[in-house]
Design a protein around this ligand. Sequence first.
Ligand SMILES: Nc1ncnc2c1ncn2[C@@H]1O[C@H](COP(=O)(O)OP(=O)(O)O)[C@@H](O)[C@H]1O
Ligand SMILES: O=C(CO)[C@@H](O)[C@H](O)COP(=O)(O)O
Length: 463
Amino acid sequence: MTLVAGVDTSTQSTKVVVCDADTGAVVREGRAGHPDGTEVAPAHWWTAFQEATAGGLLDGVAAIGVGGQQHGMVLLDEAGEVVRDALLWNDTRSAGAAEDLIAELPGGAAGWAEAVGLVPVASFTVTKLRWVARHEPAVADRAASVMLPHDWITHRLRADGGEPTTDRGDASGTGYWSAATGSYRTDLVRLAFGRDLALPRVAGPAEVVGETAAGALLAAGTGDNMAAALGLGLRPGDLVVSLGTSGTVFGVSAAPVADPSGTVAGFADATGHHLPLVATMNAARVLTAVAGLLGVSLSALAELALAAQPGAGGLTLLPYLDGERTPNLPDARGLLNGLTRGNATPQNLARAAYEGMLCGLADGLDAVRGLGVQVQRVLLIGGAAASPAVRSIAAGLLGVPVSVPSPGEYVALGAARQAAWALSGAAEAPDWQVSAVDATATAESGVRKVYADVRDRAQPLLR
Ligand SMILES: Nc1ncnc2c1ncn2[C@@H]1O[C@H](COP(=O)(O)OP(=O)(O)O)[C@@H](O)[C@H]1O
Ligand SMILES: O=C(CO)[C@@H](O)[C@H](O)COP(=O)(O)O
């Protein structure tokens, strides 16, 4: 059996799967946690990778691919040493830089959408470059190049230490690479940073970019959402809702999209197509926070939520605990609305947490569909998709049939599938089957309308 490995270096942890290259069957798995926080020394990701693969996990592996959290800014000096902790996608300090960059480009938001398929918000790498240039000039002076998390891990894995690479998918989340033209906008790096930085070469979807010290081939890797799309073998009509640290909604499209409202980001996928995507900053950890508040486990939280009526007795949670990106409210915090003596129960609070988290993603689904992306069903993945309450409430709220793929690490699986593709030299990625079960919906009529009303009325408090 030929073995390939896929790595998911995401916000909370590193996960590694080792698979049969022909079928995708998982034969071994490893994982290790990352430190909390929105700035992290990349060395921690490397330590987590080593921990996750300890004990011979990668023995006999012929090729490796790395999927990683998108947008994180890894700045390096001339010698390739990291010059400061990476600022991650969920770090909101560059919100002001995002506003400045929008104002500085002719055409404003529409100009950015046309140039690079996205409108700057604090998540995107280009805004982090501006923040460092303005707030840490000594650090900026030392920087010679910028990479993304998956680029950095892939480069560390390379035995030859040659020219760094990225891929279309991850490059499309920087704000200085255009998925429509397939080229860097170095003028936007200069606009943000004040000068040029060396940028990784954008490798092709099935390219071999190097070899590890053990002789395994290295695939180009990609952003975690693009890797999940590849792991699921996403087809037109399927939309993914991923509930990890972030919540994301995305589907494949043949043509690039440019949304001047900034709601949908026009990312590229890992196969040569496009991946329109909406991301929220607050997903699975809303549930952990409310479970902590109630002093219950995640499974007990799900039971509580399913014991409440849809609408949570009139409680609405705007779940912007860490600030939010969609809608763009970087300084917002969570807001619980509608509390009365009659509805103040653990059951209602639990349900409001699931409903609040999912209403933001239902809005995202509408926005992606509004750009012409076909939606016949939703595939629910990410850590929180394991929750029975998430499955049932999502199926009620999203308004389209929801299927839950068999439990698996789809980012890591997609990275492994990319590795198998690179290894094969074939025109198409190998055909790995994914099975899914349909989720049964609870009726959620009226919940979204109440949520939208509270969200809109609360805007002045949240800015
Ligand atoms: N049964 C569950 N119910 C709700 N949340 C869950 C459940 N199982 C795992 N999670 C959450 O999923 C998250 C991890 O998901 P994952 O997709 O691996 O995140 P990331 O890729 O952002 O690191 C954690 O916040 C964890 O608490
Ligand atoms: O910022 C985005 C997408 O634009 C996030 O989806 C990150 O890519 C982090 O993903 P997770 O760690 O939550 O999987």
